[in-house]
Design a protein around this ligand. Sequence first.
Ligand code: T46
Length: 135
Amino acid sequence: MENTKIKTFNINTDKYGKLIPLEGNDTIPFDIKRVYYIYEVEENVRRGFHSHKELEQVLICVHGSVKILVKTPKEEEIITLDDPKKGLYIGPDVWREMYDFKDGAVLLVLASDHYDKKDYIRKYKNYEKYYKEKK
Ligand code: T46
């Protein structure tokens, strides 16, 4: 789907366990300016419901599992993140919803910029309008 991509990271495995390094402008396709994580989300909770104008992010479920709905006015896809070696890249202009947080899900997010309320489009109708005018 446009502006989204599943990335599979390389794991360093040895007898002491597993380690995955993530580097900005390398494994992660942008300079990482912010990191946050979402956890202790009840199973019936749905979050997100917005798009970003500029922000790029990579979402990694480092523990448990979570479903991500990514959507544009043209297409939509549901991705299950349940593996710490998988990351979901989401670029600008993609609507997202996160739900079905299970098994102690911890969703780690690497972001290309600092928190900026103005970068969010939080109403689907406004997002559709913005998307259609831009494309
Ligand atoms: C996204 C998805 C995957 C901050 O103060 N700083 C931050 O960096 C973030 C991300 C949030 N907040 C505050 C703003 C709200 O008062 O934390 C509260 C919850 O944020 P929000 O409702 O935006 O959370 P989600 O889960 O709906 O969305 C978040 C990100 O905001 C968003 O960029 O793509 O995770």
